[in-house]
Design a protein around this ligand. Structure first.
Ligand SMILES: *Cc1c(COP(=O)(O)O)cnc(C)c1O
Length: 436
């Protein structure tokens, strides 16, 4: 049986006339997998319902924020209560104070924090702090990490380390690109060379400590520690972009998981519980450089919006006080075991699951020995992309919504159940069998 998507098709045609690609963020357009993006009418728990009434178990979860699922009742109550008191004051208020105090008391690397409205804005602001604090121009970043769409982060590596980096988007100037050094992940030699060449000009090194925007690419802890020690040695700040890993790799994120104390850290996604919130923070003396306390300017009309903050606060309080992480880990182990079983049943597909907590990525195609973990984009097996598109559509037809790209991760939420995962695994095996 093929599901009708006539409603989505007609809305997409209309939407293409009034918005670029018919969408308001590129991957939503399904370009990576082909076909018509589903227009979603509503969502509840682990389920999305499109405008044609088709239901999908959602493993995209709004790209990560919805760790408690859609319309969690406690978050919904907090949002409704906040709304009855008004939805924007543009003035000091107690709501963001409560969230700031919670975070500063729970996360060791966080001495002060400032709320903004997106991860992009958080990264952009923290980079300005790094440059303001050090008086240095250059930023070190890693190929395969994504940090939002600030100009200086839309830069790709030159052909060799000594080569000029180049813009990765039209509209980014060479002069901006020149100040962003891009090197591979999981490469000790490149790290040492980059610091040897540019160390004294580096304001900071920015890294997703658990890269999750180009597949899930877990890094070796000794590589992260090497990055930390090179930063210290050369006087560059260490900047963890925890917009995805924050509150997913445990409440304290990867900083807590590894015991590494970054100077600057950014949050987004889960921190707003599905509403627009971003945050940057870190050492107090760095954050005190921010206006009005210090000379680094940053402001926002809707920063610390009370409704968004209420959603974030309710989400984080529930995460901390419930057995949410244990539940997510149980679901994750079920996924591990299921994928392992399928991998053995269908050895030709050579699939593996890379998973950290509630973030997962299923890779297909042979991997390199002796380290079969994919840790850098260059190590992603070639057949992965094309196979993903076929499996994606087969799963969509069966009622499972994965992020529409081979290089996006999946997210579990506490609204998922063992039954959801069992039926997903069953459909996945079927889809994989057919796609060969
Ligand atoms: C999503 C993401 C961003 C950008 O956040 P937006 O809220 O989409 O602007 C930045 N960094 C990382 C690591 C992200 O995953």
């Amino acid at each position: 049986m093929t599901r009708s998507i006539a409603g989505s098709e007609s809305l997409f045609e209309r939407s293409k006339k009034v918005s670029p690609g018919g969408v308001h963020s590129p991957v939503r357009a399904f370009r990576g997998v082909g076909g018509t993006p589903r227009f979603i009418r509503e969502a509840k728990g682990a389920e999305l319902i499109d405008v044609d009434g088709n239901r999908y178990i959602d493993f995209c979860m709004s790209w990560g924020p919805l760790i408690l699922g859609h319309q969690d009742p406690d978050v919904a109550d907090a949002v409704r209560a906040a709304l009855t008191r008004g939805w924007s004051y543009g003035a000091a208020e107690p709501y963001s104070l409560e969230l700031a105090e919670l975070l500063v008391s729970e996360i060791p690397c966080l001495e002060k924090i400032r709320f903004v409205s997106s991860g992009t804005e958080a990264v952009m602001s923290a980079l300005r702090v790094a440059r303001g604090a050090t008086g240095r121009p250059k930023i070190l970043k890693f190929d395969g990490c994504f940090h939002g769409h600030a100009d200086s982060m839309l830069v790709r590596a030159g052909s060799g380390l000594a080569e000029m980096p180049s813009p990765d988007s039209a509209g980014v100037t060479d002069s901006v690109a020149r100040d962003t050094i891009v090197i591979p992940l999981d490469d000790d030699a490149a790290l040492e060379e980059a610091f040897a060449l540019h160390g004294s000009a580096l304001a900071c090194a920015i890294v997703e400590p658990l890269p999750a925007n180009n597949g899930l690419l877990p890094q070796r802890e000794d590589w992260l520690k090497k990055l930390e020690s090179l930063c210290r040695k050369h006087g560059a700040l260490l900047f963890f972009d925890e917009v995805i890993s924050g509150f997913r790799a445990g409440f304290q994120g990867m900083a807590g998981r590894t015991g590494i104390k970054p100077d600057l850290v950014t949050y987004g996604k889960v921190i707003g519980g599905g509403f627009p919130v971003g945050a940057y923070g870190g050492r107090a003396e760095l954050m005190d450089l921010v206006a009005p306390q210090g000379p680094v300017y940053q402001a926002g009309t809707l920063s610390a919006n009370p409704v968004s903050i209420a959603a974030g606060l309710a989400t984080l309080k529930k995460l901390r006080s419930s057995d949410a992480y244990r539940k997510l880990e149980t679901l994750g182990s079920q996924l591990d075991a299921g994928i392992e079983r399928i991998a053995q049943a269908l050895p030709e597909a050579s699939i593996t699951l890379q998973r950290e907590g509630s973030i997962f990525w299923i890779v297909s195609g042979a991997r390199e020995r002796p380290d079969p973990v994919v840790r850098a984009p260059s190590k992603i097996p070639a057949p992965h992309k094309e196979r993903f598109a076929r499996v994606f559509h087969a799963l969509l037809e069966e009622g499972f919504y994965l992020a529409p790209s081979a290089f996006e991760v999946g997210f579990l939420s506490t609204a998922h159940t063992e039954a959801h995962l069992s039926s997903f695994l069953e459909s996945f095996e079927k889809a994989l069998g057919k796609s060969r």
